[in-house]
Design a protein around this ligand. Structure first.
Ligand SMILES: Cc1cc2nc3c(=O)[nH]c(=O)nc-3n(C[C@H](O)[C@H](O)[C@H](O)COP(=O)(O)O)c2cc1C
Length: 171
């Protein structure tokens, strides 16, 4: 699948088939995440791969009881090993870097016919406790991964280009 096709077909998936995802496929998409750019090539991203059904259920509970998290055969908990570095532009570095890796991962998953959904509504303390995540590691996203149950027929609801792009200055 070409890149634009993957970008167009990626959608948040919240219903998954009861089908396993091969370890080699998971590794392939993690390999795409690994190639993302990061500030100063710091590569703070870390991923915890969860297949255990009880752990998936605990993660779903910690994610505001979003049950679909547990229904996916794999949950990738996307983290940052960080000392909270701030870039010269004033932004925290790790959320930017890890988000880029996650986007690579989601697009690679789409190219493999897999569905993901970025889940940001979670209790970080609970997620850390469930996975024994140490101090100095932050949880950025919980990402269920699996083969989609239904292709979502809806078009992407996005602002038009002329609403989001300015030419030469903000005026
Ligand atoms: C930072 C972030 C947090 C999100 N948190 C959740 C969430 O907790 N639960 C959920 O179902 N979807 C969540 N989403 C998915 C968005 O709702 C979804 O990306 C958006 O509606 C656009 O739809 P699409 O991904 O299908 O293009 C999150 C997405 C992002 C980027």
């Amino acid at each position: 699948m070409d890149l634009y096709e993957a970008i167009k077909t990626r959608k948040s998936v919240r219903r998954f088939q009861n089908l396993p995802v091969e370890e080699s496929t998971v590794n392939k998409i993690l390999g795409a995440a690994r190639l993302a750019p990061s500030a100063n090539n710091s590569q703070e991203w870390r991923f915890v791969i969860v297949r255990n059904p009880e752990t998936r259920k605990a993660l779903a509970d910690a994610a505001s009881r979003q049950d679909f998290v547990a229904e996916a055969p794999v949950v990738i908990v996307c983290c940052a090993e960080t000392e909270g570095e701030v870039m010269r532009n004033g932004l925290l570095r790790y959320p930017v870097d890890v988000t880029l890796a996650i986007d690579h991962l989601m697009l690679a998953a789409a190219a493999e016919g897999l569905g993901t959904c970025w889940v940001g509504a979670f209790n970080p303390g609970r997620v850390k406790a469930i996975l024994d995540i140490p101090k100095g590691v932050e949880v950025v996203a919980v990402l269920p991964l699996g083969y989609p149950e239904y292709p979502d027929p809806q078009d992407k609801n996005r602002l038009p280009l002329d609403r989001i792009v300015y030419s030469e200055s903000w005026k």
